[in-house]
Design a protein around this ligand. Structure first.
Ligand SMILES: [Zn+2]
Length: 329
């Protein structure tokens, strides 16, 4: 089920959309309390499992969860805060999927669409809200994934779901099963590997893991039950006008930072030219020590106006989490 923004949050989003656009909107949202609460609500809804690999992550710290834009913001900025386009995702899947376009038909879907497609068939991978994950994917002890549907196979490729296991141990399926066997008999307190078929051992180990994880999930969700109402009350105390004001102030700060960065580049370049144009030394003078020219700033692939970012603010909940999470898709 999709997590929705609160009504008051939707008004804030609309007011900020009016006030700023493009990267200024994204930048404001990434540092906002709205995103903070929304992620926590997704944690509850998804029971602390990644929307793509379904791995359980035993934490409600925002830093350990990324907000996934199923249709990525690079191609579909119009859906950046469309609740149906959002879910929480683990770091590994987030990095692997990155800016991959999962809208069909490929290779050139229309990125100017105004309405978020609501049909599962329009997506090349199992959609976190429109598809049944288990209908497309199987996983063995949360490490090796298999699929026999087109969407599932595409998800294996897009999110590199088996990369983690392969990286960790250079595993093939048989090596993995051998490890699961050892783990299972150690867990039940019997070091002797009983004559039991591999598939049965794997299934039993998976249920051991399930039981352990469900206990941890219940404990974490009990904590969220107190945090979420507090964040919702906080949202109710904010106003759309104040949100727009904050977004405009942030945008102005970013312009100032960009200007200052441009001036710094100009100064460094001038100094370099001055050194390069100094007259040659007399042949009788002692040889000049080899001094490398001052290093010019490395060209950035990011737009210059987002070179300087404000310091992250304390998280609304734990007081130690950061909200800005560059690299989220
Ligand atoms: Zn994942």
């Amino acid at each position: 089920m999709t997590v929705e923004f609160l009504e008051c949050e939707a008004l804030e989003l609309a007011a900020v959309r009016e006030a700023v656009s493009g990267e200024d909107y994204i930048f404001w949202f990434d540092g906002s309390d709205i995103k903070n609460r929304f992620k926590k609500a997704c944690m509850k809804e998804q029971r602390l499992r990644c929307c793509y690999c379904q791995r359980f992550n035993n934490t409600t710290n925002n830093r350990n969860w990324q907000l996934e834009h199923i249709l990525c913001e690079r191609w579909y900025p119009q859906f950046f805060t469309a609740s149906g386009n959002l879910a929480i995702v683990c770091d590994a899947c987030n990095r692997a999927k990155s800016q991959e376009d999962v809208l069909l038909p490929q290779p050139r879907p229309d990125s100017r669409i105004e309405t978020l497609p609501a049909e599962a068939a329009r997506y090349s991978i199992p959609h976190p809200h429109l598809d049944d994950w288990a209908a497309h994917m199987q996983h063995v002890n949360y490490q090796i994934y298999r699929s026999n549907t087109d969407k599932g196979i595409e998800l294996l490729r897009v999110c590199k779901l088996n990369k983690q296991a392969i990286d960790v141990a250079g595993l093939d399926y048989n090596t993995l099963v051998a490890a699961v066997r050892r783990n299972y008999f150690a867990t039940i307190g019997n070091p002797i590997d009983a004559p039991m078929p591999n598939e049965e051992v794997v299934a039993r180990m998976a249920s051991v893991v399930d039981v352990q994880e469900e206990l941890q999930i219940d404990a974490q969700l009990a904590g969220l039950e107190t945090v979420l109402p507090r964040l919702s009350r906080g949202a109710g105390r904010r106003t759309p006008e104040k949100a727009a004001e904050t977004a405009l102030a942030l945008a102005a700060k970013r312009i100032a930072a960009a200007l200052s960065a441009t001036r710094a580049v100009a100064t460094t370049t001038t100094a370099f030219v001055d050194v390069a144009e100094m007259p040659a030394r007399s042949p009788r003078a002692a040889p000049a020590p080899s001094v490398p020219p001052p290093a010019l700033p490395r060209p950035s692939t990011r737009p210059s106006h987002i070179l300087a970012l404000p310091a992250p603010q304390a998280d609304d909940v734990a007081g130690v989490e950061t909200k800005a999470e560059p690299g989220e898709t």
